[in-house]
Write a protein that binds this ligand. Sequence first.
Ligand SMILES: Nc1nc2c(ncn2[C@@H]2O[C@H](COP(=O)(O)OP(=O)(O)OP(=O)(O)O)[C@@H](O)[C@H]2O)c(=O)[nH]1
Ligand SMILES: [Mg+2]
Length: 373
Amino acid sequence: MFDFIKKKIKDSLNSIQKKLSKEEESEIKEDIKKESTILSEDREELKKDLGHEDKEGLKEEIKEVGKEVKELKKEEKEIKPEEKHEPRKKKVFSHVITDEDVTLIFSEIKSALLENNVALSVLDKIHDDLSANLVGESVSIINNKKAIEKAIKDSIADVLIGYSTEDFISKIKSKKPFVLLFIGVNGAGKTTTIAKLCKFLQSNGLKPVIAASDTFRAASIEQLEIHAKRLGVEVIKHTYGADPAAVAFDAIKHADSDKDDVVLIDTAGRSDINKNLIEELKKVKKVSKPDLTIFVGDSLTGNDVVKQAEIFDKEVGIDLNILSKADVDKKGGAVLSISYVTKKPILFLGTGQDYKDLVPFNKEKTASFILND
Ligand SMILES: Nc1nc2c(ncn2[C@@H]2O[C@H](COP(=O)(O)OP(=O)(O)OP(=O)(O)O)[C@@H](O)[C@H]2O)c(=O)[nH]1
Ligand SMILES: [Mg+2]
């Protein structure tokens, strides 16, 4: 993931480096010019002195200067170390970053973000943050990579919102049964994510039960039952075409009497978000009163998944995002955009088809990963 963005960030660091190196070169040239003017002036004076009529007088002068130097050296020995002059510092070339520099740095990153389907509002936010973090900062001309990299990393981390799995687990433990509703378009990864989450909840000592509220898609109940059997989780089901809200209601009732900890409600998707789907989900939500509604989106679909999340949030309401298929998503645009656009955190990334392939989302780690090899 983020391959292209990573490359472009490197390019942008190189462009600014090139620009600053040119400045350094011209500063050095300027210095050399100044020094050589002083040297040639000295040489002229020396020439004049050597042509001095009174050679004996000049020798005397040299002798006198020699004596003075000896005296000075003696005095210097007696001076305590702390009174000695500081050694002449090597000149360090620095540069104060301007708006123009940030535009140069951002131009490569911007093209990468655009090609990776990052939402425009996210792009603007990263640019603004980068300006706020960098303009006016004094950086070394030779050694500025770290400072600029850090500013880019901070700007990226700033558009991401994560939700710690520790908080997620403790929230779940605070109520029994805790109800999780999963929504998203078809093929987004809802059912697979529910199976992975069951495994995660079990490993945290919690007992999950699944509501087969996708009564719409053929074979959806069987798919769920295969996962549930492997994981040792119960599935509460009705028949195909039954009311999804009624299935969810029964699952919660069952969890209550069975002392299950968490109810995970699987719902149907549609190829696009139509009125039927929204009405169906609204009803499931009204009846099941979930503690958290989780949007599951396919990260491969880039900007589309962000737009879906916005619609689901507006129509049904979402609390958290999980992005699936991050393992096959080379771009990462959805991951960078979804939490900033929806203002809802990312809880997990799905990174494969095994139950273990559910990685807690961490914004700092994600931003560092983009900046590192
Ligand atoms: N590589 C990869 N594949 C995934 C991931 N998550 C889900 N899939 C695959 O994506 C496909 C669709 O997943 P489902 O879980 O059935 O999606 P859904 O949202 O339940 O789909 P509907 O029930 O049709 O609405 C399946 O083939 C999954 O194995 C993931 O994180 N990585
Ligand atoms: Mg499904």
